[in-house]
Design a protein around this ligand. Structure first.
Ligand code: ADP
Length: 356
């Protein structure tokens, strides 16, 4: 186990800066997830830590050791790729043993370790099979087994679940979390999937266009996003964004009036006539059945009702924008397409962003 520290890491490919100003320290034994849209630089960071890319500038430490110039195979990290990268002509046992054989570990020790690892990943009965005789989930476990067998200080996982179908992905995600709990090995995990990020991480690092947007515990980043990108990236369905104009202490949303909460008025000092974007999460909207005029609400037209069992997703329209609502309220099923309803907003959960 080891801590991992990145100091001002930058990587350019010709004239394109893939990542810049990347600075963070992962304490020993924690599980961190790098998350962001495709092309934001997640894999480049991971590959730089692995030693498969060289940083253009900046310093990288594993434990207390500066590893900028240490080749990949001497870094004591184990990487698991999206496509598992198993050797097709080798059995499961040989795949797991390979890294140890390369290090000339004693064959008795190798055999013992393969057995232990296989047991911990429920692979004992598959040891003689070749990768192509395994399901995607089993191949993924072998790839993990290979990493575990090496007893690396750091695990690097690049979208390891993306080739699995939905059910298996959920199961394997839970297994990964359990495995980390048991082994306690520092783990850096790359994904574009915010559910994986939220459920697995001790800390998430949200990236966009090669730069860190925010680092924090998943729940606190969700509750207090640092900017609009983070706010709209985390959450499914995503946060609603409604253009609004500030006027006389209120927001005008397509000619409907929402009062501006004091906490926002005091802090943001909006100027009269200023155009902003209001952000509100689908779960912070509710049907204002009593039509209570004290409640901040918008009148909208129901466009789509999607019952999902415990909750119902509603798409509703204002004349020129639309909102998604996630509701766990009784009475929702009585809604019909085309109904005009009063949609309440929890003003405590209202976000304000600069208009783009
Ligand atoms: P992500 O993993 O978030 O999808 P990447 O780290 O793969 O993003 O890529 C970040 C940026 O760097 C992208 O613009 C990508 O096109 C560019 N990039 C990555 N690898 C190379 C490379 N070997 N040569 C040129 N550009 C690259």
């Amino acid at each position: 186990m080891a801590k991992v520290r990145l100091e001002n890491i930058k990587r350019k490919f010709n004239n394109v800066t893939a990542i810049e100003n990347i600075t963070f320290e992962i304490p020993d034994g924690q599980f961190w997830v790098l998350v962001g849209p495709s092309g934001c630089g997640k894999s480049t960071i991971l590959r730089t830590i692995a030693g498969l890319e060289t940083a253009t500038s900046g310093n990288l430490y594993i434990g207390d050791l500066l590893v900028n110039n240490v080749p990949a195979r001497q870094r004591d990290v184990a990487m698991v790729f999206q496509n598992y990268a198993l050797y097709p002509h080798m059995s499961v046992a040989q795949n797991i043993a390979f890294g140890l054989q390369m290090r000339k570990v004693d064959s008795k020790v190798i055999q013992q370790r393969v057995e232990t690892v296989a047991r911990s990943l429920a692979l004992e009965h598959l040891l003689e099979r070749k990768p192509k005789q395994l399901s995607g989930g089993q191949q993924q476990r072998v790839a993990l087994g290979r990493a575990i067998a090496r007893e690396a200080q750091v695990f690097l996982l690049d979208e390891p679940l993306s080739n699995l179908d939905a059910q298996l992905r959920d199961d394997t995600r839970a297994e990964l979390k359990q495995l980390h709990h048991n082994l306690g090995i520092t783990t850096i995990y790359v994904t574009h999937d915010q559910v994986e990020a939220m459920t697995l991480a001790d800390r998430i690092v949200i990236l966009n266009q090669g730069r860190i947007q925010q680092i924090g515990e998943p729940q606190s980043v969700y509750a207090k996003p640092a900017n609009r990108m983070v706010a709209t990236f985390l959450g499914n369905p995503p946060m609603n964004i409604l253009p609004a104009k500030y006027k006389n202490g209120n927001f005008l949303v397509e000619s409907q009036v929402i009062s501006c909460p004091m906490r926002i008025r005091d802090v943001l000092r909006l100027s009269e006539g200023q155009v902003v974007d209001l952000g509100i999460r689908p779960e912070d909207l509710f049907i204002n059945e009593s039509q209570n005029e004290e409640i901040a609400a918008l009148t909208v037209e129901v466009k789509l009702v999607e019952p999902l069992g415990r909750e119902t997703l509603i798409r509703a329209g204002l004349p020129s924008s639309s909102v998604q609502v996630n509701i766990q309220q009784a009475g929702v099923m009585r809604l019909h397409l085309g109904d005009r309803i009063s949609l309440g907003l929890d003003l405590e959960q209202l976000f304000i962003f600069n208009s783009t």
